[in-house]
Write a protein that binds this ligand. Structure first.
Ligand code: LER
Ligand code: MN
Length: 277
């Protein structure tokens, strides 16, 4: 069965598709109330997260942290694997290694979304691509030692000009060739970039490590016009069996997001796995 999570941040984030939480404890209570299984956490500096406190909340609530999201490092600090500024590139790698350390302790994966970078002005695609692959190889080597999965996310053209589609991302995986590097499929980005979402999911078979769910308008699943029945069926057929993490704009409230996501996806999940052991 797919498990459900919601993406939250404990920071003053300049990214709107994430719930702002006062405390992890407060989110855990809500998430539990709506029968979710996990919380995805978006942070800037992984060293500031009090692991003992987080583990205590997880133990008490029975929840998991499927993924740690890193994009705020790009949005707030301009850190990326492709930065033309060497110091920022090196800091991005350093930061990602710190994320991997934390992920190991929390048994989570690490999202490689916006932090991969973009093609900057004055940079050629080849240069940016080469820097990205070089950075990915460094972090994959470290992640392999720690047995932490990395989730590489194709992101739509309005947010980055480097790697927008599933096909491009599969090429990246092939080039880096690391057993810990998987795909993160985000239904919001896929709705913009993929010719047919279900077909792209099938092409990604066996490579999918994590899934972000949002509807066509980046609201909670059920608040837009994506066909989640078709999407979940394709994910199951692709051999995926992990988390569906709602990375959505919190409108009108986190409670409503959890309720709508749950009431939209839970019956579909049940139906999808009917008859499966
Ligand atoms: C992050 O998972 C995402 O989807 C991007 O749009 C921003 O990081
Ligand atoms: Mn996403």
């Amino acid at each position: 069965l797919f498990k459900l999570a919601v993406a939250v941040t404990l920071e003053e984030a300049r990214f709107n598709a994430v719930a702002k939480a006062k405390s992890l404890e407060e989110v855990a209570t809500l998430v539990n109330r709506y029968g979710f299984d996990g919380i995805e956490i978006s942070i800037i500096d992984p060293k500031t997260l009090d692991t003992t406190y987080v583990k205590k909340i997880l133990a008490e609530s029975g929840l998991e942290i499927p993924a740690l999201s890193t994009g705020l490092n790009y949005i707030h600090l301009g850190l990326s694997l492709t930065s033309s500024n060497r110091e920022k590139r090196e800091l991005a790698v350093k930061r990602l290694l710190e994320f991997i350390d934390l992920a190991e302790r929390l048994e989570a994966g690490v999202v490689i979304g916006l932090i991969r970078g973009c093609i900057e002005e004055g940079q050629s695609r080849e240069e940016a691509y080469k820097l990205m692959i070089k950075g990915l190889r460094k972090i994959c080597a470290y992640s392999e030692q720690k047995d932490v999965q990395l989730f590489f996310e194709p992101i739509n053209r309005y947010e980055t000009n480097l790697i927008n589609t599933v096909e491009e991302s599969l090429n990246v995986l092939e080039e880096v060739e690391s057993p810990v590097l998987k795909l993160l499929l985000d239904t919001f980005h896929m709705n913009i970039e993929e010719p047919k979402i279900e077909e792209s999911i099938r092409k990604a078979s066996r490579k999918i490590g994590h899934v972000h769910v949002a509807d066509s308008n980046r609201l909670a699943p059920g608040m837009g016009h994506l066909d989640f029945h078709a999407i979940l069926t394709a994910l199951k057929d692709a051999g995926y069996n992990g988390y569906l993490s709602a990375e959505v704009m919190i409108k009108p409230s986190l409670e409503k997001v959890l309720q709508t996501t749950g009431s939209t996806l839970k019956p579909l999940i049940k139906n999808c796995f009917k008859g499966s052991p």
